[in-house]
Ligand binder design. Structure first.
Ligand code: ME8
Length: 507
């Protein structure tokens, strides 16, 4: 992923409030968008809500609401969670918005006119919670192979999208574009799926069974299947058929971040739909693993949810963002527990980064009259440290490209540990007592400058805490933050400020 980017999260169902899983994908997308902006690229970041379909209709019924009121209420919960978590999206799309409904209708009309959609009879097994049809052999003892809940037998006349005819094209596309689906384990999964014949996709629901959806423009007795509606959100927000310039700039740079639960819809349905529309696939699809609690996937339907609001309230939004990015290795699942979150907070953030900030601010105030000192000459140690920081800049961005945020942060942590060691080894407090003020200035400046650089590198992960670090060091970015990634940007003479601990200790 280089250059400009259009980064998206899934649009989340409004049947319930967001939990840690939704927060994860959204924070991940936010961090990537912020890294891109830090590199001086354009990053357009989209998130939103999926408001049609049976799940939302059922939740509304349960709550005694009409589906639109249910959606309106839940959207507020999503928006306030994203505000708490400092999410910097450029657009928030709701599938009930007129701009989206219009585009879905137009796409359907076009595909119908081209013969990409036909009317036929369907008989099969249907999983209501997952809104998916299964064949007899897919079922496990009569239950949905995905969520293990009972599937219903349905016979219906419906509209179908000729997805099957794109199978060979998609198989070829995947082998010609090995970076399209990442990580590689997910690409293999999709390739495995495509070894079976790919059927056509039922894209309608009769109104008498489900009336909460976008009506088919060519047959008002049907609403659009929620997935066919939802995937098109990525085009609506990019300006397809409404802003050609924006669309031309964004679409070739589209990257969809998703969880592995919705891999097939994104990696199979979506590229074939785009092909039928006459558009190329997005540039990349990254499917991450699941957050589990006690070994089970966190999910609305199983009820073992952990709420981002509570976690951000406990240790702060930035600490929660850091934890999410650091804890899950790309391609793997991760276990959440309060203990792990607290351990990461106390060890890495309070004792590591927080301690370094506190020490350096105190040393500037105590030994350097409160201002960042000037250094006349440096030795090998300082040159090594500077080189190490500059190498870190490159490797953090490389890891972000691969969406290996946990690796990027692991390397940052190693540099913070080395910085703490550098300060201890050189003991400015002893040098000060011995009257070697030049040496004190050298250590204090070098460590502060390294800290400043590291803080810019974690700014996309912890936007608020890193600003506090800059205040402590008396540094303010002039112009683009990218400029601050050069060594020597911390100006001697800047006034340091003592602040309360960055990550206060919590029992
Ligand atoms: O599937 N761990 O919406 P959804 C990690 N509306 N991520 C998780 C997670 C977990 N335990 N649980 C959920 C939908 N997620 C559709 C999407 S897109 C055109 C339509 C995250 O509300 C993850 O990103 O069920 C997953 O893919 C998404 O939430 C599913 O959210």
């Amino acid at each position: 992923m280089t250059g400009d980017c259009y980064i998206t999260t899934p649009i989340y169902y409004v049947n319930d409030e967001p939990h840690i899983g939704h927060a994860y994908t959204t924070v991940l997308a936010d961090i990537v968008a912020r890294y891109r902006r830090l590199q001086g690229s354009e990053a357009f970041f989209l998130t939103g809500t999926d408001e049609h379909g049976q799940k939302v209709r059922d939740a509304a019924l349960e709550n005694g609401l009409d589906p639109k009121t249910q959606a309106d209420r839940m959207v507020v919960r999503y928006l306030s969670t994203w505000k708490t978590l400092n999410i910097s999206h450029d657009d928030f799309i709701r599938t009930t918005e007129a701009r989206h409904v219009r585009l879905v209708e137009s796409v359907l009309q076009r595909l119908w006119a081209k013969g990409e959609i036909y009317f036929g009879e369907y008989e099969g097994w249907y999983c209501v919670p997952d809104e998916r049809y299964w064949t007899e052999k897919d079922l496990i003892n009569g239950t949905c192979p995905d969520c293990l809940r009972p599937a219903e037998r349905l016979v219906e006349k419906n509209y179908f999208f000729r997805m099957g005819k794109y199978q060979d094209w998609l198989v070829g596309y995947l082998s010609d574009h090995p970076e399209f689906i990442r990580p590689a384990s997910r690409k293999n999964e999709v390739q495995g799926f495509l070894r079976q014949p790919l059927g056509d996709l039922c894209i309608s629901r009769p109104v008498e069974r489900l009336d909460w959806g976008i009506r088919l423009p060519f047959d008002r007795r049907y609403v659009t299947y929620v997935w066919f509606d939802a995937l098109i959100n990525y085009l609506t927000a990019a300006g397809f058929q409404s802003d050609d310039q924006m669309f031309a700039r964004l679409w070739p740079n589209a990257t969809h971040l998703i969880g592995k639960d919705i891999l097939i819809t994104h990696a199979v349905y979506w590229p074939t739909m785009l092909r039928a529309i006459g558009l190329p696939p997005p540039r990349a699809i990254f499917a991450h693993g699941w957050w589990n609690v006690g070994g089970a996937k966190v999910s609305k339907s199983t009820g073992n949810v952990v709420r981002p609001f509570d976690l951000a309230a406990a240790l702060g939004s930035d600490a929660f963002r850091y934890f999410l990015a650091r804890e899950m290795a790309m391609g793997h699942d991760a276990d959440f527990s309060d203990e792990l979150f607290h351990r990461r907070y106390a060890g890495t953030l309070a004792n590591g980064l927080g301690n370094l900030v506190h020490r350096l601010t105190s040393m500037i105030i105590r030994y350097c009259a409160g201002v960042v000192p000037e250094v006349r000459s440096v030795s090998e140690q300082e040159i090594d440290l500077r080189d190490r920081c500059m190498r870190l800049v490159d490797s953090v961005f490389e890891n972000v490209d691969a969406l290996s945020l946990h690796r990027a942060l692991r390397e940052v942590e190693a540099v913070i540990r080395d910085l703490n060691r550098y300060v201890e080894r050189n003991a400015p407090w002893t040098l000060y007592k011995q009257g070697d003020f030049e040496a004190v200035r050298k250590v204090v400046y070098t460590a502060s400058e390294a800290l400043r650089l590291v803080s810019i590198l974690v700014h996309p992960v912890m936007p608020d805490k890193t600003r506090e670090i800059w205040q402590c060091l008396g540094w303010r970015p002039d112009g683009e933050l990218t400029e601050g990634l050069k060594w020597g940007t911390l100006r001697p003479g800047s006034t340091a400020t003592r602040r309360p601990p960055l990550f206060p200790r919590v029992e």
